[in-house]
Design a protein around this ligand. Structure first.
Ligand SMILES: [Zn+2]
Length: 150
């Protein structure tokens, strides 16, 4: 038995077999004719895994593996940014005081760039916090001056 297609319409005939209503024509599926080059292009687009390039250094980055450009700070930074789980795990291990475990599991390079990355993240967070506090202070002084005016 054929699966029921809800979009399929049927010719409606009366008891004498006279056509009452004609079924809507099925939309034809038109497959575009592709040239060899176009097929190759599509294959590249959809099948070949193209690793994204890091904006700062134009290196290709495989997010599933540690950066191939072992000494490229930008690659590592982008890699950490896109491997939040790895970072979170390493951070937990680090905070528990087992930094040697990170080195053992991920290597020295990872450890070095990881601590640098975390330092940068911390600095950014501090800056954001400062800006937030400054914003609050400005709001407060604004409120005070409005109150004294009124
Ligand atoms: Zn790089």
């Amino acid at each position: 038995m054929e699966p029921i297609n809800p979009d399929q319409t049927y010719d409606i005939v009366d008891s004498e077999g006279t056509l009452v209503e004609e079924a809507a024509p099925q939309p034809e599926t038109v497959l575009p004719k592709l040239t060899r080059g176009e097929i190759g292009k599509l294959r590249k687009q959809y099948i070949t895994v193209q690793h994204p390039r890091v904006i700062g250094c134009k290196h290709r980055l495989d997010l599933k593996r540690q950066p191939t450009h072992r000494n490229c700070h930008k690659c590592w930074f982008a890699w950490f940014q896109n491997n939040k789980e790895v970072v979170a795990t390493a951070d937990e291990v680090f905070k528990n005081g087992h930094f040697e475990l990170i080195v053992k599991l991920q290597g020295h390079k990872f450890y070095n760039y990881f601590t640098r990355f975390m330092g940068t993240v911390e600095r950014l967070q501090q800056m954001q916090e400062q800006q937030r506090q400054q914003g609050q202070q400005e709001q407060q002084t604004e409120q005070v001056s409005q109150e004294s005016n009124g």
